[in-house]
Design a binder for this molecule. Sequence first.
Ligand code: ACM
Length: 262
Amino acid sequence: MKVGFVQNHPEFGNVQANLDRIEEMLVGKAADLFVLPELFSTGYRFKNMDEAHHYAEIVPGGVTTSFLTHLAKRINTHFIAGLVEIDDDRVYNSSVIVGPEGFIGRYRKIHLFDSEKTCFQTGTEAPPVFDLNEAKVGVMICFDWRFPETARSLALKGAEIIAHPSNLVLPHCPQAMITRCLENRVYAITADRVGDERRVPGEPLHFIGQSQVVDPDGNILVRASETEEEVHIVEIDLEKARDKYLNPKNHIINDRRLNLYQ
Ligand code: ACM
């Protein structure tokens, strides 16, 4: 199976230009699954919930999901990508899952980071796992990495790959995801963005790039730069994520001592 990510540098609020850029970056690229960053088509730092509301899209049917659906069909791939979603006047930091067959599903971020708490409603449903062809793919968004229960719950539901749209501002995530992969023997695809946003006086944001694919043994198969727009694709072997034995005597899931963790 071939999986990849797009690391972009969105211009805040210029959705059409940001979508056009993704299309341009993917010319000639082929993979079964591409992960795109959190809020990849709008940029990250909304000033408040009213502004997030202004940019929010219905899912499916909004411009970003429609763009991804058409492109997925045209280049025969799946996308897992972040956007601002509106549903019944509620605004969420969501990811959509689409494929050549159309819209597949969504996930609404459950661990909101810092000012996101003033811009979005918190998701109330468990992070999902989808069957994409032969792969079971779980979805979490950015700061969800800081709560190991997120990746563990996806692994317990059978995820072999964790798709992780992100807009990273803290330095620790790329290294921490190695641990998430070791803990669960899964692949993780973190798609981050680069650049800066200065939308709120006194609150500059710098995004750290370093999108990556990590394997179930904690190897970094590819890691992007801290500053450039990049697309990377790697071949992965799902059998590695299906085998939860570290050695003939240790099974990473069955060896847990659940009654001693209370
Ligand atoms: C983050 O969750 N975007 C830091």
